[in-house]
Design a protein around this ligand. Sequence first.
Ligand code: MN
Length: 205
Amino acid sequence: MEAQKLYRLPKLEYDYNALEPYISEELLRLHHEKHHAAYVKGANTIIEKMDKARTDNADFDTKATFKELSFHIGGQLLHSLFWENLSPASKGGGNPSGTIAKLLDEEYGSFERFKKIFSQTANSVEGSGWAALTFCMGTQRPMIMQVEKHNTNVYPMFRILMVLDVWEHAYYLDYKNDRGKFVEAFWNIVNWDEVNSRLEKILNS
Ligand code: MN
């Protein structure tokens, strides 16, 4: 039996109650241990089925399989990035500094204006999806985008600097249907050092 190369649920770098009062312990635990874990399991189940098909030299429904696989891998990737661009409430949020601060000022005029546009982007995602701050490798400029579900509108040329999950499962337990209030709360727990570090890695690569 070959060694299994599969996805794993990453551990959070902070306690489940560290994002309170902006995200409750109950919500974060559920989001990580149930929702994120389900995408990891979903992706691995499909990969194992494809492995079995190879062993059996059998065909599989490539269209349906790769569509579903893309969804689950997107869920795994975006949630992993999301946890890392959040920071315990005691040291999160505030204004960015360094390279990311300069980039956002240049592109959007001011940090406040960037925040407003990003919030509007998150609030206007239709159905389930994400708001993402990306960096376009083609223009070398930041670009705010909406990701539908976990995988639609994700392109290799747009590298992800920061994401915000606006699926209902990300906020309903704490905020009911008030997504806007959740998006406002998000600004208190952004890990700007992580966002800046992602940008610098891209610029220096
Ligand atoms: Mn989620």
